[in-house]
Ligand binder design. Structure first.
Ligand SMILES: [Zn+2]
Length: 136
């Protein structure tokens, strides 16, 4: 199971990073997990994504993509550590159907529901979006 899950996560991550690039996003992906090391086939693409600003970019869309890149990276990290498929909140197994639908999820349905209810954003701060600035 692990190798096919890993393949899917890597494909999804690559697609999300590629889309960010196409959108002209200036995004520094910091703190990437060890799963995406130098020996990874797409290390270059994940490294630092730079493109020209000034294009009309749907900020919300970009935020979603950045969040997804972050979650996929984290999922690969957990996969490497043998923790993939386990809820990070309650340590219960996440249902296979849920993992199949959303391979990057890190919480079970119940914990996800609670997180949304309390408005916690686990991954809001893990990826820096440099384009946001009030200094100008
Ligand atoms: Zn849970």
């Amino acid at each position: 199971m692990d190798s096919s899950v890993r393949k899917r996560l890597e494909q999804d991550l690559k697609a999300a990073v590629g889309r960010l690039r196409q959108m002209g996003a200036t995004v520094a992906v910091e703190d990437l997990p060890g799963a995406i090391g130098d020996n990874s086939p797409f290390a270059d693409e994940v490294d630092v994504i730079q493109a020209n600003e000034g294009r009309e970019i749907g900020f919300a869309t970009r935020e979603l993509l950045v969040g997804r890149v972050n979650r996929l990276s984290a999922a690969l990290d957990r996969l490497a550590e043998g923790e993939y498929g386990t809820c990070v909140e309650c340590s219960e197994p996440i249902s296979p159907a849920r993992l199949h639908a959303l391979p990057e999820v890190e919480t079970c349905v119940r914990c996800q529901d609670q997180l949304e209810r309390f408005g916690r954003q686990r991954d809001a701060d893990e990826v820096e979006v440099e384009a946001v600035s009030d200094d100008e």
